[in-house]
Ligand binder design. Sequence first.
Ligand code: ARG
Length: 465
Amino acid sequence: MSQHLWSGRFDAAPDPAAFDFGISFSFDRRLFEDDVTGSLAWAEALAAAGVLDAKDAAAIREGLTEILEQGRRDPAWVNGPDEDIHSFVERQLVARIGDAGRRLHTGRSRNEQVSVDLRLYLRRRIPLLQAGLRSAIAAFVDQAERAGDALMPSYTHLRRAMPVLVSHYLLSHAVALKRDHERLEQAREEANAMPLGSGAIAGTGYAVDTAALAARLGFDKVVPNSMDASSDRDFAATFLYATSLAMVHLSRIAEDFILFTSEEFGFFELADVSATGSSMMPQKKNPDPLELVRGKTGRAIGHLTGLLVTMKGLPTGYNKDLQEDKEPLFDAEDTLALSLAAVAAVIGKLSLHDQRTGRAASGLLLATDVADYLVSKGMPFRQAHEVVGAMVRQLLADGRDIEALSLEEWQAFSPLFAADVKGRVTAAASVRARRTPQSTHPEAVIARLADLRAWLDRHTVDEPS
Ligand code: ARG
């Protein structure tokens, strides 16, 4: 059995039931690159502080570089009986360079090591999620452009509200996902503090230049308090909040398109490649990918809740409970990445039934426009609301639609109605009557679409490789 990192104080090997229970290597091996990166920088800092001589520092650098290359070449090699990734890297180093490898951990604790690893990991992985978000946003923007001036009903309380452009609806999801992009940037910023030099809790006893170490690792600042740093996982919780909210948005998108592609709505058609059939019912075309996105949102939210509950009762300082931070974090990352890819693929291949959306955008949902018409002729809005309410009641009783009314019938409801009413009370006129920059007015929507395209272009320039 290999020596444990802490075997000196103990006269017996640990009970396998206790030791195996605490092993985190099966999941924290994902921090391999970051652990080596952190150790390379720590060795340099120790050398600069005069703690390591030049020969040992060079041996450590070469050994760690070899380990990094081997692990990159063959990820399955990052494996073994070790307790965690930190023990694995140290064991490999000692196996290569002997005693020099045993000097690497001078002045350092795994408590700060796991923190720096996780921070480095998030700093390099969040940009990949952001690229996934941009693909999903681009799918909506492309569809919005293709939708042109097609109309559809909007809904409040899932009841027809007012006509909107289909493009306006599609961009409503794009802008929510853009906020997720920004929120992930904030999460990345929260991870931007370098904890090394904190030691196990009280700070390290060697004159390590932490500012240089932070710069070397790409951090803008050093944590301000070693006691806080050893147990701070706020940045992980913030990341889980950002991923949860992004999943909530994807879930609402999924719900919309499950409804809108159903026989009842028939607004959009799922591509065959985005759907699955039924083993029993030949007519079925099921939106499984969208349902799964909606379903997986539960576990993303669960991960956030789980970590907050893990953190809430901890006394100051590192506690092993914190090892429970990694599995939810990795799973939330994977869940969001896969869900984004699924949503981008499904949305990108949707086809629009603009005849159906257009038909659904006419009729009684023009009632607000009728009221606005009366207001434009001088009637107070409250009174106009009454008049149009009575009209709607009558039309519903007769099973007729607003478009079917003759001018005499219009005027029976109010003498203010004139010949121009028929041209002003249409879905196309309704969207043109909206005036604000965030409205569904066609020119406003075209401008917002251009804003999103420009934003996408700006972010694609510095695409991570
Ligand atoms: N595997 C541990 C974790 O994930 C690493 C830190 C261990 N520190 C300790 N004192 N046992 O939190």
